[in-house]
Every structure is written in structure tokens, then in C-alpha cells.
Write a protein that binds this ligand. Structure first.
Ligand code: PGA
Length: 254
């Protein structure tokens, strides 16, 4: 079945410097008029490149998001950028709980929850990332880990009635490894995610479930063919024009 909307979210991580970010943003902006209308694209550049890239995307229908935010609005927090500051600079989305934040930077469930709340309060749309490590997968506790990550971020939230929720399922072992999750397995987890979110936040509108972890032009079709997968969150392959354009092209074949 054809999807009404296809989420193509690009996490540029720390792959591109200032000039590279601007060059790629301009190249994408000049292609944007050719993108299928069903595509909902958002780019998550580095904090340094955020503002100029946001300017480039302003009128071309490409969304813009922050990779990470701090939950306090303003103050003595060296090195941090708040959700409100991003909002003022034209931001629409923010990743929360990305596995690199959780595992490389030791971000706790409590911190993730605070960020999630701050993003929402600032009027941005959070993209909550969840996923198990390879040890957790081997121990057969994927479902428990994912549910716990979802519930701890969502349970205290007062969610605006009917507002869409975006969740990215990104198994830690699949990120940047070339070892993507089996699409059938991802579908199963996405069904659990949708069910858990609906139970935890009954007021929520549509629950959009993205898959992330070694997505490329060759495997995106298999993920988008799954009914519970609404789109993808892509790292490595989104930071190069050729591979991102291939993903865009392949995404609309389903
Ligand atoms: P990857 O990263 O596509 O490079 O595996 C995905 C992500 O971390 O969002």
C-alpha cells in the first residue's frame, strides 16, 4: 500500500564542517522542487551550521531540526544550546535520546525526559530515539528496553491533544555499522512502539514510527514496504549528496 507521507530525516551528526554543510544544503535546496510531495524531509545539521542551513531551507519545503538541546532556557551552561534558542533560530524538530547521546555521552533516562519536555515546551516537535544494544538484543530484552525508554520519556508529559508523535527505532548495534535490522524484525518492534505510545499518551494523534540504523538506497525500499514503518532516520548516507538523493529516489517507489 502506498504511504501518504514518507519521513526522510537526515542526521548529519558531526560529519560535515561549516562549508560542507552549506554546500550540501544548497545542493539539496536546488533539488527540492523535484521531490515527491509525499516526502516529509527534515535535516539535522550541527549546532555550528544550524542557522545558515535553516536559512537555505526556509522556503523550499525542507524541515530543519536540532541534534541535541539543553532543557534550561538560558544561563551558565557552557557549551549548551537550549530548545528555545533553537526555536528562535527557525528550528522545527529536535532529536531526543539518540543512542550516541545515551551511550557515548552517558545521557540518562531522566535527562532524556527533561530534554523531551523542554523540546515540547519550546514548541518544537521531538523525535524520540529508542533502541537496544547488541547485548540487550542477545539477552532477549529488546522489548523491555524499548518500552522503558518510551515510558520514561512520555509518562509525565502533557501532550497536546491530537499532536503527532514521532519515534525513531534505532537499534544501537545497527547504527553506523552497515548491519541494518531485518525489516520484518523492525516492523514487529514498531508495532510494539505504536501500541506502547498509544497506551502511554492516549491524547496523542498519529504515531509516526521511523527506522534508523545503516539505511541506504539499497535497503530503504524493504523498510518502507512495511506497514508500521513511516519513514527513516539516516546518518552516514544522508551526509553525502549522491547517497541521499538515491535514498530519496528509492523511497517513493513504495
Ligand atoms: P546511520 O545512523 O544511518 O549512519 O547508521 C543512523 C542514526 O544514528 O540516526
Amino acid at each position: 500500500m502506498k504511504k501518504n507521507a514518507i519521513y526522510l530525516f537526515a542526521n548529519w551528526k558531526m560529519y560535515l564542517d561549516y562549508d560542507e554543510s552549506n554546500i550540501l544544503a544548497n545542493a539539496l535546496a536546488s533539488e527540492a522542487k523535484n521531490f515527491d510531495k509525499r516526502i516529509k524531509m527534515a535535516i539535522f545539521p550541527s549546532a555550528l551550521s544550524f542557522y545558515p542551513v535553516a536559512q537555505v531551507f526556509r522556503d523550499v519545503g525542507i524541515g530543519i531540526g536540532a541534534q541535541n538541546v539543553y532543557w534550561v532556557d538560558k544561563g551558565g551552561y557552557t557549551g549548551e544550546v537550549s530548545a528555545n534558542m533553537y526555536k528562535e533560530a527557525g528550528c522545527e524538530y529536535a532529536l531526543v535520546g539518540h543512542s550516541e547521546r545515551r551511550h557515548l555521552f552517558g545521557e540518562s533516562l531522566e535527562e532524556t525526559e527533561k530534554k523531551f519536555e523542554a523540546v515540547l515546551a519550546a514548541g518544537l516537535t521531538p523525535v524520540l530515539c529508542v533502541g537496544e544494544t547488541s547485548a540487550e538484543k542477545k539477552n532477549g530484552i529488546t522489548e523491555r528496553v524499548v518500552k522503558n525508554q518510551l515510558e520514561s520519556a512520555l509518562k509525565k508529559i502533557s501532550w497536546p491533544k491530537g499532536k503527532e508523535i514521532i519515534i525513531a527505532y534505532e537499534p544501537v548495534w545497527a547504527i553506523g555499522t552497515g548491519d541494518a535490522c531485518d525489516p520484518e524484525e523492525a516492523q514487529k518492534i514498531q508495532e510494539i512502539i505504536k501500541e506502547t505510545v498509544k497506551k502511554t499518551v492516549p491524547k496523542a494523534g498519529y504515531v509516526a514510527a521511523l527506522y534508523g540504523g545503516s539505511v541506504d538506497g539499497k535497503n530503504i525500499g524493504a523498510f518502507l514496504a512495511k506497514s508500521a514503518i513511516d519513514g527513516v532516520l539516516v546518518g552516514g548516507a544522508s551526509a553525502k549528496l549522491k547517497s541521499w538523493l538515491e535514498i530519496i529516489k528509492e523511497s517513493v517507489k513504495k
